[in-house]
Write a protein that binds this ligand. Structure first.
Ligand SMILES: [Zn+2]
Length: 128
């Protein structure tokens, strides 16, 4: 369980399929900041829009994260807190490099997620 962000997970694939269906083209598992070894799930490089679909457990979704019971409880709580710090840090780093960062939960509906992404991509296309 060393991987924090699983690749090509179900919720992420649903969003990607929906974006593709709408004619949007994007890069996957892209590194927005070349010097930083952190990837985003979906990236629109020209518009500089970075999308992350966060897993409810690993990233501590307020609706679905329940810490494990027993003596491992503190371990998992600390682990998730660490991931959240890292998430915030990544968002800050990408934002300072000029990217718009959109974060969603894996429980969010793919159509709603795609709507938000599409709107942002259009907004950023018009501005240039
Ligand atoms: Zn959730």
């Amino acid at each position: 369980m060393s991987r924090i962000r699983g690749r090509d997970t179900g919720p992420e694939m649903s969003v990607r399929r929906e974006l593709h269906r709408r004619g949007l083209r994007y890069r996957v598992n892209f590194k927005p900041v070349p010097t930083l070894r952190r990837t985003v799930d979906v990236a629109f490089t020209r518009q500089r829009v970075a999308v992350l679909i966060d897993g409810c457990f690993w990233h501590g979704c307020p609706e679905h994260f329940r810490p494990a019971k027993g003596d491992r409880k503190e371990y998992w709580a600390a682990k998730v807190a660490e991931n959240q710090r890292r998430d915030q840090d990544s968002t800050r780093a990408f934002t300072s490099a000029g990217w718009t960062v959109l974060r969603f939960w894996e429980h969010d509906g793919p159509v709603e997620v795609a709507d938000e992404i599409e709107n942002e991509v259009i907004r950023r296309s018009v501005r240039r």
